[in-house]
Design a protein around this ligand. Sequence first.
Ligand code: SAM
Length: 237
Amino acid sequence: MNRILRNLGRCLPARWRQRLKRGLLLRCPSLYATQYIRYEQGLTCEEEVQALLSKLDATLGVPGDVIECGCFLCGTTYQMARHLQRRGSGKRIYACDTFRGFDPAEFAREIRRGHAGQDRDFAENDFSYVRRKIERLGVSQRISLVQGLFQETLASLPGPFAFAFIDCDLHDSMLYAARAIWPRLSPGGCCVFDDYTNERFRGATKAVEVFLAEQGHTIADHGPLLHKMYFAHKAAR
Ligand SMILES: C[S@@+](CC[C@H](N)C(=O)[O-])C[C@H]1O[C@@H](n2cnc3c(N)ncnc32)[C@H](O)[C@@H]1O
């Protein structure tokens, strides 16, 4: 479908093409399941999604909800919500994002440090589109959209959490999110970090390493998950 829209809309500005595509998806939500759209998830392949869901599965009996720091268009959030539904779990997902892309000052800092390329800042997001999308996909009762910088929103979220997925690419935000969530992660809970081995976001690797050095004594087991992800299980008491 992307190809058809690309050809149809070649003469339209990118913003209009995007509007056209999102309008079409909201009208025909079954298109989200196609291989071209894949729910607009950031994870690159089915194996990666399954690896994440297997870690989510391992925490279904752990008290607390699920939190995703950096959810963009809620593609992966949807996969987790659907999985929880299939498992009959009552857990809620807090999907946290600016819904406007990176904080420009932080992104500029990362580029200066040589931690990130300049190719993508996720600014093409749109809160009202994401809200309508999760409604159309039937998961809005389970997902709480939390809009704003983590530095302004995470402290006021209820917790505890059983599972956290931190996928925000940039060093300072990743470390902030990990430090804010870990103390509220239940014993036996799991935190998955995306982009640990992603060459395009070396700040993510550094943030995970700093976090591990700080929290090593509270971690039961940890390591590379699959592709570019990393996981850490909190020691059970
Ligand atoms: C790679 S995308 C997330 C992809 C998503 N997890 C998925 O799998 O589809 C990174 C997101 O992190 C968000 N982000 C980065 N730093 C943030 C911060 N400090 N506060 C809120 N959102 C942030 C960006 O807005 C962007 O949407």
